[in-house]
Design a protein around this ligand. Structure first.
Ligand code: IPD
Ligand code: CA
Ligand code: CA
Ligand code: CA
Length: 256
């Protein structure tokens, strides 16, 4: 069987191929459908990206079982062995409305342990990648752990629905911070926390939204928990909080 380093090298190349494909497809007409309503879209680019990623990951890692948002992977009910999570376009609304500020994500967990994570910021050509064996990189540049900033000294990412409906006291949390930010791509918001631009990010997310960010955040010493302070369930939707240790404690206290 291939070792993790070989898999990593091949998946980094795959992400560059997917980036080029996505840019090409973005320049051609593509179809947009509604999933649950006008605020929940899927495009032919989401679907073809996922089909490409599933096929390529199966050939790179034959032991892979794959959970993909658009359903071209496998049905995953447990975390045994090599489980991959794929989000073929994260921020589909931004992709459709802005043609900017979206990501492609993949992550590998082995027997439930985070091993590899990839967040590709397509338009900025930045691949956030790594794992516990390597550290975290933006393209080829190694990232340092962000400062352990407090909520009061920082910006915080909060998803639109949580803030608008004031779930988990999000308006008070936003007031306590220097200001809330809302980017519309969980992957890019995780990346901003990795960079230390946000002290944290909180959103109701599905496994493919948080799997890659969770791998990278753990390596950089950030806390990733549910808003109640519990460990994430990798196979369910969670209200996820990724934050510095300090901000994580402060947000969880205010939210509960
Ligand atoms: C969405 C984005 C968005 C987050 C939503 C996700 P999608 O992912 O990450 O920022 O608030 O919860 O569903 O559907 O565009 O891949
Ligand atoms: Ca979606
Ligand atoms: Ca997503
Ligand atoms: Ca998606």
């Amino acid at each position: 069987m291939k070792d993790i380093q070989q898999i990593d090298v091949e998946v980094q190349k795959l992400m560059q191929t997917i980036r080029q494909e996505t840019l090409n497809k973005m320049d051609q007409p593509f179809m947009v459908d509604q999933k649950t309503g006008r605020k929940d879209l899927v495009t032919t680019v989401d679907k073809s990206n996922e089909q490409m990623l599933v096929k390529a990951i199966r050939s790179i890692d034959p032991a892979a079982r794959i959970l993909g948002e658009e359903g071209f992977g496998d049905v995953i009910q447990d975390m045994h062995g090599h489980v991959w999570f794929i989000d073929p376009i994260d921020g589909t609304m931004n992709f459709v409305m802005q043609k900017n500020r979206f990501a492609v994500m993949a992550a590998l967990y082995i027997d439930g342990a985070p091993v590899l994570g990839y967040i590709l910021d397509v338009m900025n050509n930045q691949l956030y990648h790594g794992g516990p064996d390597f550290g975290v990189f933006i393209n080829q540049q190694k990232m340092a752990a962000p400062q352990n900033k407090s909520l009061g000294d920082s910006l915080i990412g909060i998803s639109g629905p949580l803030l608008i409906h004031n779930q988990h006291q999000m308006q008070e949390i936003a007031q306590t911070s220097r200001g809330p930010r809302m980017y519309g791509s969980a992957g890019l918001e995780f990346a901003s926390v990795l960079r230390g631009e946000l002290c944290g990010y909180v959103s109701y997310l599905k496994p493919w939204d948080f799997a890659a960010g969770n791998v990278l955040a753990n390596v950089l010493g950030l806390a990733v928990k549910t808003i109640d302070g519990a460990p994430l369930d990798m196979l369910s939707s969670n209200v996820v909080l990724v934050a510095t240790e300090r901000a994580s404690g402060e947000v969880i206290r205010l939210a509960n």
